[in-house]
Every structure is written in structure tokens, then in C-alpha cells.
Ligand binder design. Structure first.
Ligand code: IFM
Length: 445
């Protein structure tokens, strides 16, 4: 497929629907010297932690090339750009502000606004300062206070120039991958750790929300969660139960406390040692009104029951997959959105991430990533169907603006609309970037 199209008259073609591209600080910025250490710097040093042994020291050198990157974003004709702030660039180890770091984001936001590009800022996209991790990181309640101080610094500097703030990106990844399975930074393990980190992250979200509302009253405030639609491996009762449990443990664990002030029923399956410590007032702090919910979706997951009444993942077999090995199933995206809408009284939704890593090849200066175009086409049409089902979706951000550091997979996977030649730091528009731009240009004016 060489084009992205939507049915004529689709709400996704209307003037108010926002299209954007997204990135995160650690994945693109480089300029290691301009900030203090964070947990990903440390994690990347562990042998075997990152597939190609790489790190974020250089990445896309966005701090150096930010002006050129802003031109590139504008050239895509997007309405909005979603970026994250590096906590370790803004706050020094002693807790004081790093003015140079903060000024970088002020200049970046000003340049985007001057080009009429709406700015969506995420405060925490997994890159906790190492000095805080040294004191226990998200297992230590004091990290919540540090997050509030950091949020205050950013909110005072950027204020209402930002269209929308998100406190956290994908707390599932920070808590489960980082503190429960240990495959992400900081590499801690254990159910108790994972659940406690998740709880502290959600409380940090709640406290930061209050600060944002006070300091940036005109901006919208929300949080970004990732979801994977859960399917049973078979029609048998145990597998069906397994997929329900997995959904509660990985998806609803984050959304239900935000929407209803309680954890899902799977909470009661945990032993007393595994349950997080919840202080009086915590659930009310988490359960505050949101202006929007950011939804990140890439793929569904299939689950089967194990012998202990728990669940395990059944890897995709004989189905289309991306270069990540993630199943491509656009109808699972509409199902997810419609299902969330039916379960909860949700605020408006922005699709804050959706996209695919594909095996791109640069031939004669061109990247004909037609499989990525197909992914965007089918997934945007899935969003269209969800809107027709009554889901209030206000916008869509493609992940990602450009190829970047894909965490434990280093630079081996490419998610960008724009190809990055890391040696020369050259940016080349892929066919998918041109198709995305064409879709945006053909919208109602
Ligand atoms: O690259 C990540 C991003 O940082 C968070 N969401 C998923 C993307 C693809 O894995």
C-alpha cells in the first residue's frame, strides 16, 4: 500500500482532529554532557541489557539539531508534536534547577509554537535520575515529592504555551518491565516491587496533576497509558480466565484506579507481601478528573492459563507481525477503544502512540516502507471505526517522528516516519512520512 486513506466524511478528516508525531527525550536527545545520569544510562552499561550494546549518549543528537528537527516536523504538516522532558537535564543531583537544560525546552517549545504546532509534553518517559534510584527510585515514596518539585520547575518554565501535559508515559513499562521483570531500567524484580512502583507512580501522577492545574490553568492535563488487547489462546474456560486476569494485571491496573479509585479484582489474588502499601488519601489522589486520556496501542496479546491459575503469553504464530514480532491486528485496536469506552466514563482520548517497526532498507536514497504505510492506514481506519462506535477520540500521534533508541533493542529497530543515518546524523523522509503528510494535506481546511 502506498497511501493512507480514510472514508470520505470520516470524523478523522474534520478540522478539529489533531494529527501529530511523537518522540521521547532519552530516545532522541543525545547530549549526555548536558545532563546528570539517569537509570537508562546505568542500565545500558550492564552487559547484555541492550541488544547492540548501545546507549543514549548520542542517539539522534536532537539537542544539537533541534532547529533542523523543528523544520522537519513543520514540513510534515502535522498539527502537534509530542515530546518528553528529561528530568535529569532539568534537575541537578542536589535538586536545584539546571537552567541550561530547562532553557533548551523553552526554546524548543517557543520554536514549535511559533510554527503553529501544538506541543504535547510528557513529564516522565521512564528516565528517572540515577541519584533518585540510588535512594530506592519508585520504591521510595520520597521520589513522589521529587517528581512534584520537577513538575513545578517545568510547569513554571513552560506554562500555558504547552497545549497538553501528560504526567507519565506508560507506567506499566516503568513499573512492570522496570521493577517486576527487570528487563527495563532499573532492572529490579519481584511482584511486590512492581506493584509498589506502580502505586507510587500513580500517586506521583495525582500529586503532579494538582501542580499542573494550578500553574498551567489553560493547558489540558492527563496521563498516557499503554494497552494491549487481551485474547484467550482457546475457547476453554481457563484460557478465557487467563486473558481476563492478564487484562486486569497489565491494563486495568492503571486505568481503574484513575477512573474509579480502586484496583481491579486481581489485586485480591496477591499475597499480603505482594500488595502495595497504600496510604490514606492515595486512591483519592489518583482518582482525580482528567482532561484527556492518552492511549498507546501497538498490538494485541494472546494468553493461556498456567498450572497455578495464572497466565502466560502465547507468542504470535502464523499471523502477520512487525519487525518487533508484534502481531498486526487493527481490529483489536477498535475493540480495545470501544471496550474501554463501554467500561468507563472516560475523558476525551488522544491516541498518543501508534506505529510499527519494520525492516526498512535504504535503496538509492529511498525507503519504500509500504508495510508501515499499510499499518498506519489500517490502524487509522480502526480509530475511525471506534469513533463511529461513539468513542470520543480527539487526535492521533504516529510513533515515531524518526528512528531512535528502542530501549533494550538499541538502534536495531526502526519506528520512524523519518529514517536516521546515525553515522552522519542524516534524516531521510520514508515513503510513510510522505503518505502521512499527504493524508494531512488532503483534510478539510
Ligand atoms: O519506543 C517505545 C516508546 O518509548 C514507548 N511506547 C512504545 C514504543 C515502541 O516500543
Amino acid at each position: 500500500m502506498q497511501n493512507i486513506s480514510l472514508p470520505p466524511g470520516s470524523p478523522l478528516l474534520s478540522k478539529g482532529f489533531i494529527y501529530g508525531v511523537a518522540t521521547s527525550s532519552f530516545q532522541i536527545e543525545g547530549d549526555r554532557a548536558g545532563r546528570v545520569d539517569n537509570i537508562w544510562d546505568t542500565f545500558c552499561l550492564h552487559s547484555g541489557a541492550v541488544e547492540d550494546g548501545s546507549n543514549g549518549d548520542i542517539a539522534c543528537e536532537h539537542v544539537k539539531y533541534w532547529q533542523q528537527d523543528v523544520e522537519m516536523i513543520a514540513d510534515l504538516k502535522v498539527d502537534a508534536y509530542r515530546l518528553s522532558i528529561s528530568w535529569a537535564r532539568v534537575m541537578r543531583t542536589d535538586g536545584s534547577v539546571n537552567q541550561g537544560g530547562l532553557d533548551f525546552y523553552v526554546k524548543l517549545v517557543d520554536a514549535l509554537v511559533a510554527k503553529d504546532i501544538k506541543v504535547f509534553v510528557t513529564l516522565y518517559h521512564w528516565d528517572l535520575p540515577q541519584s533518585l534510584e540510588d535512594k530506592g527510585g519508585w520504591l521510595n515514596r520520597h521520589t513522589i515529592d521529587a517528581f512534584v518539585r520537577y513538575t513545578t520547575m517545568v510547569a513554571q518554565a513552560l506554562g500555558d504555551k504547552v497545549t497538553a501535559y501528560a504526567t507519565l508515559n506508560e507506567p506499566f513499562c516503568s513499573a512492570y518491565l522496570g521493577y517486576e521483570c527487570g528487563i527495563h531500567a532499573p532492572g529490579k524484580t519481584g511482584t511486590a516491587n512492581g506493584r509498589q512502583a506502580a502505586h507510587h507512580l500513580l500517586v506521583a501522577h495525582g500529586k503532579a496533576l494538582g501542580v499542573l492545574r494550578k500553574l498551567c490553568p489553560q493547558a489540558k492535563h492527563g496521563i498516557v497509558l499503554n494497552f494491549s488487547t487481551c485474547y484467550p489462546a482457546s475457547e476453554c474456560h481457563d484460557d478465557k480466565m487467563a486473558s481476563v486476569l492478564a487484562d486486569e494485571y497489565h491494563n486495568q491496573w492503571y486505568l481503574m484506579p484513575l477512573m474509579e479509585g480502586r484496583y481491579p479484582d486481581v489485586f485480591h489474588r496477591l499475597t499480603p507481601e505482594q500488595k502495595p502499601t497504600i496510604e490514606p488519601g492515595d486512591m483519592a489522589l489518583i482518582n482525580q478528573p482528567l482532561d484527556y486520556l492518552g492511549v498507546n496501542y501497538y498490538n494485541p496479546t494472546v494468553y493461556a492459563a498456567d498450572d497455578h491459575g495464572w497466565f502466560y503469553v502465547v507468542p504470535p504464530k502464523d499471523v502477520p507481525v512487525t519487525a518487533m514480532g508484534w502481531e498486526i491486528k487493527p481490529d483489536a485496536f477498535s475493540t480495545l477503544l470501544t471496550d474501554l469506552h463501554e467500561r468507563y466514563a472516560l475523558p476525551p482520548i488522544y491516541i498518543t502512540e501508534n506505529g510499527a517497526a519494520m525492516d526498512d532498507s535504504l535503496e538509492k536514497g529511498e525507503i519504500k516502507d509500504y508495510s508501515r504505510i499499510d499499518y498506519f492506514h489500517t490502524h487509522l481506519n480502526a480509530v475511525h471505526h471506534a469513533v463511529l462506535n461513539g468513542v470520543d477520540i480527539k487526535g492521533y500521534f504516529a510513533w515515531s517522528l524518526m528512528d531512535n533508541f528502542e530501549w533494550t533493542l538499541g538502534y536495531t529497530k526502526r519506528f520512524g516516519l523519518i529514517y536516521v543515518n546515525y553515522q552522519q546524523q542524516e534524516r531521510i523522509l520514508k515513503a510513510s512520512a510522505k503518505a502521512y503528510r499527504l493524508l494531512l494535506e488532503t483534510r478539510a481546511q
